[in-house]
Design a protein. Structure first.
Length: 128
């Protein structure tokens, strides 16, 4: 059950917030190329792409069909949430049980304390 839900959410995200939506316009690209190929049989795929994407765009009879091609227009779907008032303190208050609360550590440093009796063997020599 998890996998179909993940796929649904992934599709919703990709189709609404990214340019993957342009891939859905590929049938328009093929249809428009075929119509150009019918009107002019010498039109190649490279000349079609050059005419529609690389050259300066001219408003002509099929301008509306040209704008339906993939990556020809880009939609900006942005959502900005701007609150009018900023909260003074932004924090979370979590009440933890006593088992998980940190204990105050009492730590004092004593230079004469050696944690390992063999530690004196593995130290540099002391000049007297």
């Amino acid at each position: 059950m998890k996998r179909p839900v993940v796929y649904i959410f992934l599709c919703i995200y990709l189709l609404s917030f990214t340019e993957v939506r342009q891939v859905l316009k590929i049938p328009n690209f093929v249809e428009h190329y075929i119509s150009h190929k019918i009107t002019n049989s010498s039109t190649s795929m490279f000349s079609f792409i050059k005419m529609h994407y690389l050259d300066d765009h001219v408003v002509d009879a099929d301008y509306h069909q040209d704008m339906k091609l993939p990556f020809k227009t880009h939609e900006t779907n942005t959502f900005v949430a701007n609150p009018l008032t900023i909260p003074e303190n932004f924090g979370f208050n979590i009440n933890l049980p006593k088992l998980f609360r940190e204990k105050a550590l009492i730590f004092s440093y004593n230079p004469n304390y050696a944690s390992n009796p063999l530690a004196s063997i593995f130290r540099p020599p002391i000049l007297i």
